[in-house]
Design a protein around this ligand. Structure first.
Ligand code: 5GP
Length: 217
């Protein structure tokens, strides 16, 4: 046997990777919440990052589960203390992702899901490009989305108009996303998001290959 083959025989290959950030954005009312809940149920090891917001709590929402609801003063204080991985103003309210909540988890190899808008998504991608995958969920038609928004009865006509206008401006940023999925059939859409998550596990971009020497007997 040549020396090189003998040397190669002693090699052990291991892959180490950090946790990954999956950003899920989409038009208001597109069903992002349902998709995220189903993905979290099927993947108990994935952590959902609970955002901070200044918008009023809706009756069905739970403090610390859906959002941490804080005042504008408290939010601005957190900006000054550099506590956010990203933050943005959406529909006149502040929204932000806690830096420690996310960074600690990815260091500990835990994947994290963020439900944030396009402005926030772009900030996260530019800070952690190899650790972030951006997924955008769109409705099959405008009419379908309007019907869903009306059915959920959580917004006034005026708020619906504002959310639709925001969605239309978001279209300009969709090219920054890695994946676009259509929520026409919910189960199919969840399957597609799950596939994106699974594929990421095998990406060489986010893995570090360690070659160590095997201890031979
Ligand atoms: P909603 O008020 O309907 O819960 O959310 C409105 C928008 O704010 C959604 O597009 C949601 O994804 C976005 N959002 C929620 N949390 C955050 C956050 O922490 N950062 C950013 N940039 N957007 C967020």
């Amino acid at each position: 046997m040549t020396d090189i083959i003998k040397f190669f025989e002693t090699f052990e290959f291991n892959i180490s990777k950090k946790g990954h950030i999956f950003v899920i954005s989409g038009f208001s009312g597109v069903g992002k919440g349902t998709i995220i809940n189903k993905i979290l149920q099927a993947n108990p090891n994935i952590y959902f990052s609970v955002s901070y917001t200044t918008r009023p709590k809706r009756p069905n929402e739970i403090e610390g589960k859906d959002y941490f609801f804080i005042s504008k003063e408290e939010f601005k204080e957190k900006i000054l203390n550099n506590e956010f991985l990203e933050w943005a103003i959406v529909n006149d309210e502040f929204y932000g992702t806690s830096k420690t909540q996310v960074l600690q988890r990815i260091e500990n190899q835990i994947d994290v899901i963020l439900d944030i808008d396009v402005k926030g998504a772009i900030q996260v991608k530019s800070k952690l490009p190899n650790l972030t995958t951006l997924i955008y969920v769109i409705p099959p038609t405008g009419l379908e989305l309007l019907n869903r928004l009306k059915k959920r009865q959580t917004e006034t006509e005026e708020q619906i108009l504002k959310r639709i206008t925001t969605s239309l401006t978001e279209i300009n940023y969709i090219n920054a996303y890695d994946y676009i999925v259509i929520n026409d059939n919910l189960d199919e859409c969840i399957k597609q998001v799950q596939m994106i998550i699974d594929t990421q596990k095998f990406s060489s971009k986010v893995s570090t290959l360690y070659i160590s020497k095997k201890i031979m007997n």
